[in-house]
Design a protein around this ligand. Structure first.
Ligand code: SF4
Length: 178
């Protein structure tokens, strides 16, 4: 299965991300599903990169950056968490709807570019939705509840996607170190 990453096939988006200096990798602690954790582990995720805070997530270093952030890049860009691939889109869940939000241009320089290029916007939106739905399919319900308490104030709602058939009853996944 090929991996999908932000800016895939679009050098301008990759360039914008490089010049930004990784603001979305600061204070990020992206949540990880069991499936993504295993995928990243086989690609060299360092031991001790994970922690549990009501859900499995990547740790941040003392300087606030994600443990996988190095020299302006994600060390595991090709297999990074679905939540990271979706940026600058993020999500909430209301009832049986996945709500899609877009970060404001003041906190992500990719946003003004996307808003000025309808084709690039649609491509990144579709990529985000595919990855967020994959995340929703795999994340344990109790961890999702905790994740949904995280505030994302600098965003505006830009879409909705039905979750019919995506969420299903699941048994809690084992937690690393527990
Ligand atoms: S996993 Fe990679 S893209 Fe996601 S926050 Fe960490 S360094 Fe950034």
């Amino acid at each position: 299965m090929s991996e999908e990453t932000a800016g895939e096939g679009n050098g301008i988006l990759s360039e914008i991300c490089l010049q930004c200096g990784g603001r979305c990798c600061w204070n990020a602690n992206p949540p990880l599903t069991e499936q993504r954790m295993e995928r990243m582990s086989t690609e060299g995720m360092p031991a001790g990169a994970l922690e549990f805070a009501g859900y499995r997530r990547l740790k941040a270093r003392d300087d606030g950056f994600c443990v996988l952030f190095s020299e302006g890049r994600c060390l595991l860009h090709a297999v990074k968490p679905e939540i990271c691939v979706a940026i600058p889109f993020t999500f909430d869940v209301k009832g049986n709807m996945l709500e899609i939000f877009l970060r404001k241009g003041s906190i992500c320089p990719m946003v003004p570019h996307l808003l000025g290029d309808g084709e690039a916007y649609q491509a990144q939106y579709d990529l985000a939705v595919r990855n967020l739905l994959a995340f929703m399919r795999d994340v344990p319900e109790d961890e999702l509840r905790e994740i949904l308490t995280i505030e994302e104030p600098e965003t505006i709602k830009v879409g909705e996607v039905p979750l019919e058939g995506v969420l299903r009853p699941r048994t809690p996944a084992p937690v690393p170190g527990h």
